[in-house]
Design a binder for this molecule. Sequence first.
Ligand code: AKG
Length: 303
Amino acid sequence: MSDAATFGDDRATDRHAEPDRAAGADPSSDADADLAAYLGRIADDGYAVLAGAIDPDLCDAIADDLIRLEGQLGIGPGDNLFEGLHTTRIYNLLVHGPLYQAIPTHPNVLPVVEGVLDPGLLISSLSSIAIGPDQQAQPVHADDQMLPLPRPHVPIICNTMWAITDFTEANGATRLVPGSHLADQAPTPLQQYDTVPAEMAKGDVLVWVGSLWHGGGANRTRHRRVGIAMNYCAGYIRQQENQQLGVPPALVRTFTPRLQQLVGYSVYNGLVGHIDKRHPADVVLHQHQDADMVWDLLRPAPQ
Ligand SMILES: O=C(O)CCC(=O)C(=O)O
């Protein structure tokens, strides 16, 4: 059985909450139409906002817990212009409990990202970004600009930003350069560009491809703008945060099979990521349902 054959365990049919959905309509075809519309927007503009994707109560629970974690871990604002001198980030959130472990497989978001990349995708990083009062706009950048590939290229990174609080132009909503994912170059560091703010209500999720030029906005209010940056990459490139070192195997064993795959205990297209012809979950977790995968390509040819 190939790894790909087991994907989809955590997919839900109710992918997107659309306020104007007609009563009595077939929900699965509505969901398919929504998915196609989002993917079309992402292909054309480089991004889309999934309205009402996350339960606002979950957003409030995350906002409260981030305050607790920042205090407990003693994490304060960054010390450089890119991370932000008034912006507090917590990385490697998967180690901080079920609240965060539910994020990568959220059924209203993951199918869209799988459509942009493919189901063999991985978690690249999972972090919080709380932009505080007086934060200046972040330099415009592309999430894949450190990768030495000619541009434009197929999506290899897909980022999502969960609005844990409302995102407004005034409080630092993510700034975007629509269509810039199709450019043949990355943005020039520290150059000013015309951008639009991704204003969102609490619970909305911004999805964008890694080539899109963007940056955090300036916060001119007295309140912090809190987001969860759930960043995915294709299953054939390196993850930005090393998940195998960052998340102890004993903890990964408690995760759902789909989350284990996204952390990296998976094999892309049945080959990339194997260890001596064995599945990494078989080697490290000793309990994975894909452990008996058949290595058709690597088996000795019959005599
Ligand atoms: O906080 C934001 O809105 C965007 C942050 C971002 O793009 C980054 O830190 O790479």
